[in-house]
Design a protein around this ligand. Structure first.
Ligand code: TLP
Length: 344
C-alpha cells in the first residue's frame, strides 16, 4: 500500500523544476549582502506583500521570534491569540530568549482575536505594569482549523492597534492560502500589519525557508536580530531560488489543495461518528470521531498507510498539499471507511 502522508504541508518535496532552479542559482555570501539570488528573492517577496523590504529566514519559528524581538524590548508584552502557533508551538522563544511576555487573548472559532478582551488586556501606562508592545494575528489560523481572516477581520485589529499606537505582526505562515481562498492579493491582507512573515516550506513546496516583510528600517533591525539568533545566511541563494520559483509557479495551485480539502471533508462528513471541527476553509481539515481514542484511530490509519496527526484535543488533522492529488484523497477516504468499519 502506498503511503498517503497528510501529516503536514511541510512534507512537500521540491519538484524537478524547482530543483533545477536551485541548481542554477547564482550565489554569494549573504552576510556581506552579496548573494544575488537572496537579494532578488527578498525584493520579490517584499513587492508581493506590498512592503518596502524583506528578510529571508530559516523557518517560520525564526521569523516570528525575529519579528517579536524587533518590535519589542525586554519586559514588553505581546497580545497573542490563545490558539496561536507563537504561543503553542514555538517553545515560548519570546520568553526564553527575548524576555518578552506573551499575553493570550481568546481566539474565536474563526481564528479572530476577541477584540474586547484584547482591548482590556492592553496595558495602561502605569509604573506597575509591563508595556504592551505588539499585537499578533495568524492567517490562516492553524489551530482554528485553517481559518481564513479576511480584510475586515484584519482591519478591525489594525484599528485597535492604531487606537493604542501599537504595531501589528502577522504570522502568515500560510498567507498565500488565505489570499487564494479569498481571491484577493496577499498584499491586501498584509496591508493591515506592520510586519508579515510567510513560509516557503509549507504549501509553496520549498525545502526550507520563511521570509519577514516590513519597512526598510524594520528589516534592517530584523537582520541584526536574525544574526543574534545565529541565523546569518551565507550562500543560501540555493534556497532562495526555490522561493523565487515558488512565488512564480506554486501560488495559484494552492486552490487545488483547498479543493482536495473540501473533497476530504465531504467524504469524512458521511462517515459514522465523524464531525468536522470546524468546516475547512483552506488546506487544513480537523475532525473528531466519536467512540474512538484519537491516538488509536491515528495508529489504525497508519497501519493502512494513511498518515495524519493526532492533535491531542480529541481532534485529528489532515493537511492537503503539493504531491497529494484528488486520487490520494479518494483512496485515503476508502481506507478510513475500512478502518471505521473494522471497529476499535
Ligand atoms: N506549523 C507546523 C507545526 O509546527 C505544527 C504544522 O505542521 O502546521 N506559524 C504557523 C501558523 C505554523 O503552522 C507553523 C508551522 C509555523 C508558524 C512555524 O513554521 P516552521 O515549522 O517553519 O518553524
Amino acid at each position: 500500500m502506498d503511503p498517503i502522508d497528510l501529516r503536514s504541508d511541510t512534507l512537500t518535496l521540491p519538484s524537478p523544476q524547482m530543483r533545477e532552479a536551485m541548481a542554477a542559482a547564482e550565489l554569494g555570501d549573504d552576510v556581506f549582502a552579496e548573494d544575488p539570488t537572496i537579494n532578488r528573492f527578498q525584493e520579490m517577496a517584499a513587492e508581493r506583500l506590498g512592503k518596502e523590504a524583506a528578510l529571508f529566514t530559516s523557518s517560520g519559528t525564526q521569523s516570528n521570534l525575529v519579528a517579536l524581538l524587533t518590535h519589542c524590548g525586554r519586559g514588553a508584552e505581546v497580545i497573542v491569540g490563545d490558539e496561536a502557533h507563537i504561543l503553542f508551538f514555538e517553545q515560548g522563544g519570546a520568553w526564553a530568549l527575548g524576555g518578552i511576555g506573551l499575553r493570550p487573548v481568546r481566539n474565536d472559532a474563526k481564528g479572530r482575536l476577541d477584540l474586547a478582551e484584547a482591548r482590556a488586556k492592553i496595558r495602561p501606562d502605569d509604573d506597575h505594569f509591563p508595556r504592551t508592545g505588539l499585537i499578533t494575528v495568524e492567517n490562516t489560523h492553524n489551530r482554528c482549523g485553517g481559518a481564513v481572516l479576511d480584510e475586515e477581520d484584519l482591519a478591525s485589529v489594525r484599528q485597535l492597534a492604531d487606537d493604542h499606537g501599537l504595531p501589528v505582526h502577522m504570522d502568515g505562515a500560510r498567507l498565500f492560502n488565505a489570499a487564494v481562498a479569498l481571491g484577493v492579493s496577499p498584499a491586501s491582507l498584509a496591508a493591515h500589519a506592520d510586519s508579515v512573515c510567510f513560509s516557503l516550506s509549507k504549501g509553496l513546496g520549498c525545502p526550507v525557508g520563511s521570509v519577514i516583510c516590513g519597512t526598510r528600517d524594520f528589516i534592517r533591525e530584523a537582520r541584526r536580530n536574525r544574526k543574534l539568533l545565529g541565523g546569518g545566511m551565507r550562500q543560501a541563494g540555493v534556497l532562495a531560488a526555490a522561493g523565487i520559483y515558488a512565488l512564480d509557479n506554486m501560488v495559484d495551485r494552492l486552490a487545488e489543495d483547498h479543493e482536495n480539502a473540501r473533497l476530504a471533508a465531504d467524504g469524512l462528513r458521511e462517515m459514522p461518528g465523524v464531525s468536522l471541527d470546524p468546516e475547512p476553509q483552506s488546506n487544513l481539515i480537523y475532525f473528531s470521531i466519536e467512540g474512538w481514542d484519537t491516538g488509536v484511530f491515528v495508529e489504525r490509519l497508519a497501519e493502512k498507510a494513511v498518515l495524519c496527526f493526532d492533535e491531542g484535543r480529541r481532534r485529528i488533522r489532515w493537511v492537503t498539499h503539493f504531491g497529494i492529488e484528488r486520487s490520494h484523497i479518494e483512496e485515503a477516504l476508502t481506507r478510513t471507511r475500512e478502518t471505521i468499519a473494522a471497529g476499535t
